[in-house]
Design a protein around this ligand. Structure first.
Ligand SMILES: [Ca+2]
Ligand SMILES: [Ca+2]
Length: 260
C-alpha cells in the first residue's frame, strides 16, 4: 500500500516536472513610442520597405491604391491600382516588384514600381467569412518564401513559394486577430501584428511567439521592422497615423552581434 502511494507521488512529481519543462513563458513588454505622423490616406492597411531608404509602400483599403510615403508620412507617389480591398503590401528587391494582397478576393497582385500589373496569383486558402482573410504579406529572400497571415477564422500563417503554391501552414494562437507580418533577415525572425489585441510578436518562422510587445495603438494594420535603424513602423487604419517605435534592444542588430 505504502509503495503504491510512493509510486503515485513519484508519478505525479514526474508529471508536474514534465509540464514545467514544456512551459515556455512568453515575456511581455511595452514598446517605446518615438514619433507619430498623420497620413493623408484614409485607411492605410499595410506597410513595406521600398527601393528608397526611409520610404515605404502602403496600401489603402478605401481607394484600392498603393502609395509611396516617406518616414514623416508624406506621399511621394500614388499608384492608382483601384483594387477591391487591399490589406497588405511587400516590396521585393530582387525583382523590383510590389506584391499587394486583396483580402476579399484571396489574391496577390504583382506590380512594377511604375504601377503596371505583372501577375495575379489566386491563394488557395480556406474561406469562412470574406472579411476574415489574408491581411499581411512578407518575403524572405534567403529561402524565397512569402509569408501571408490570415486575420482569423482560421487564424493562420501560410508559407508560399514565389508562384504562391503553398509550402506550409501554421495556426496562430497568441492574439485575437492578425493584421500584418514582416520578415527581419538579420535575426531571422517573423514579426506579427495584431490589431484587436494591440500587440506585436517577435516569432520564429512558424509563427510561434518568442516575445510579445504591447503597441497600445488601435487598429494597427501595417508593419515594418527596421533593425539597421532600430525602429519599428506601424500604420493605423482607423486614425490614418504612422507610428514610429524604438526597436527593443534584445531584438536589435547589436544584440545579434553579441551572440556571434
Ligand atoms: Ca484595413
Ligand atoms: Ca479583414
Amino acid at each position: 500500500m505504502l509503495s503504491n502511494i510512493k509510486i503515485t507521488i513519484l508519478f505525479l512529481l514526474l508529471l508536474s516536472s514534465c509540464v514545467d519543462v514544456h512551459k515556455e513563458p512568453v515575456e511581455f513588454e511595452s514598446l517605446l513610442l518615438l514619433q507619430e505622423f498623420d497620413l493623408d490616406i484614409e485607411g492605410p492597411s499595410g506597410l513595406s520597405k521600398s527601393y528608397l531608404p526611409e520610404h515605404f509602400y502602403t496600401v489603402c483599403d478605401k481607394t484600392g491604391n498603393v502609395y509611396l510615403i516617406n518616414n514623416k508620412g508624406e506621399i511621394f507617389q500614388t499608384i492608382e491600382l483601384g483594387g477591391d480591398d487591399l490589406e497588405g503590401v511587400e516590396f521585393v528587391e530582387e525583382n523590383l516588384s510590389i506584391y499587394v494582397v486583396e483580402e476579399r478576393l484571396r489574391m496577390v497582385i504583382r506590380l512594377t514600381p511604375g504601377g503596371s500589373v505583372l501577375d495575379t496569383f489566386q491563394l488557395d486558402i480556406p474561406v469562412q467569412n470574406l472579411n476574415d482573410g489574408p491581411e499581411g504579406i512578407a518575403y524572405n529572400p534567403n529561402v524565397k518564401h512569402f509569408y501571408v497571415v490570415n486575420e482569423k477564422n482560421p487564424a493562420m500563417l501560410f508559407v508560399f513559394d514565389t508562384l504562391f503554391q503553398m509550402i506550409d501552414e501554421y495556426p496562430l494562437n497568441f492574439a485575437k486577430d492578425y493584421s500584418s507580418v514582416d520578415y527581419e533577415p538579420v535575426n531571422n525572425h517573423l514579426w506579427i501584428l495584431s490589431e484587436e489585441s494591440k500587440l506585436l510578436a517577435r516569432c520564429n518562422l512558424k509563427g510561434e511567439p518568442e516575445k510579445i510587445y504591447q503597441t497600445n495603438v488601435p487598429d494597427g494594420e501595417g508593419l515594418v521592422v527596421d533593425v539597421e535603424n532600430e525602429m519599428i513602423y506601424i500604420v493605423c487604419d482607423d486614425t490614418s497615423t504612422l507610428f514610429i517605435f524604438q526597436l527593443p534592444y534584445d531584438a536589435s542588430y547589436s544584440k545579434s552581434e553579441l551572440w556571434k
